[in-house]
Design a binder for this molecule. Sequence first.
Ligand SMILES: NC(=O)c1ccc[n+]([C@@H]2O[C@H](COP(=O)([O-])OP(=O)(O)OC[C@H]3O[C@@H](n4cnc5c(N)ncnc54)[C@H](OP(=O)(O)O)[C@@H]3O)[C@@H](O)[C@H]2O)c1
Length: 275
Amino acid sequence: MSVQVYEQFNIAGRTAVVTGGSGVLCGTMARALAAAGCRVAVLGRTPAKVDRMVERITSEGGEAIGVTADVLDEEAIKAARDQVLEAFGRVDILINGAGGNRAEAITSADKTFFDLELWAIREILDLNLLGSVIPTRVFGAVMAEQGSGSIVNISSAASFRPMTRVMPYAAAKAAINNFTEWMAVYMAQEFSPNIRVNAIAPGFFIADQNRDLVIKPSGEYTERGQLIVDHTPMGRFGEAEELVGTLIWLVSDASRFVTGSVVVVDGGFKAYPGV
Ligand SMILES: NC(=O)c1ccc[n+]([C@@H]2O[C@H](COP(=O)([O-])OP(=O)(O)OC[C@H]3O[C@@H](n4cnc5c(N)ncnc54)[C@H](OP(=O)(O)O)[C@@H]3O)[C@@H](O)[C@H]2O)c1
């Protein structure tokens, strides 16, 4: 028997939709998929950010289109699906990366849980749960028809044990792990074992949505930023590129018997009780 190690990771020619592909972590994922030979649809809310990422991928020699849509607007996501199918003809990979937090949904010394406004709680629950459920309904239906595909949800270290201050975000990310398992079973049993659904749970990476929580304008860590580093055995924040190996593994045939898994990429944060 000869085992074709590198061939298992080959994803050249596949079509990928990356929601939140205009952001820090999933922008890097979109660039990595393009560099691996995928045709990539970068999906985000702000046209200028989407255009910038498409230009970047194109300038790096990759193939990409930009799609502007809100992941919470199912009609807009259906229009995005039509745009992707017209350009590329199929959808092999869906990365559900759109997500994040906002100051109004975070407790602080001046704002208790009881002061949080319901609209802010609801917005973060919706963005981080329905924002993956809706694209999975729309693009997952294409995969169901094709009989193949790989979906990767983006969870968080906050999904396993809730972190202080970020109640709606943590609750929604916990729900993402549950949704990942549910969807994995559903796709394999009802449609095809060749449709896999997994998640990556990143530890702490500095991005637009959390920068103010962890870095002061002076560039030093905030108290919370320092706590994070102190509770990460590797002693630092992650770099977006450090998610790429796990991503390529999950969307390639190298993980063809893996579904319903939440893969942790966190510098040891989850394993460390702080003692
Ligand atoms: N950074 C971390 O440490 C960390 C850790 C664990 C998990 N995560 C998760 O990783 C994912 C990516 O986050 P990131 O840190 O890279 O944040 P980011 O740089 O803020 O990127 C988030 C992206 O999602 C897009 N987006 C937000 N709401 C959207 C909506 N309703 N419809 C369509 N697109 C929307 C944003 O585009 P617009 O700006 O145009 O809205 C942006 O491009 C998120 O799910 C986040 O929760 C991050």
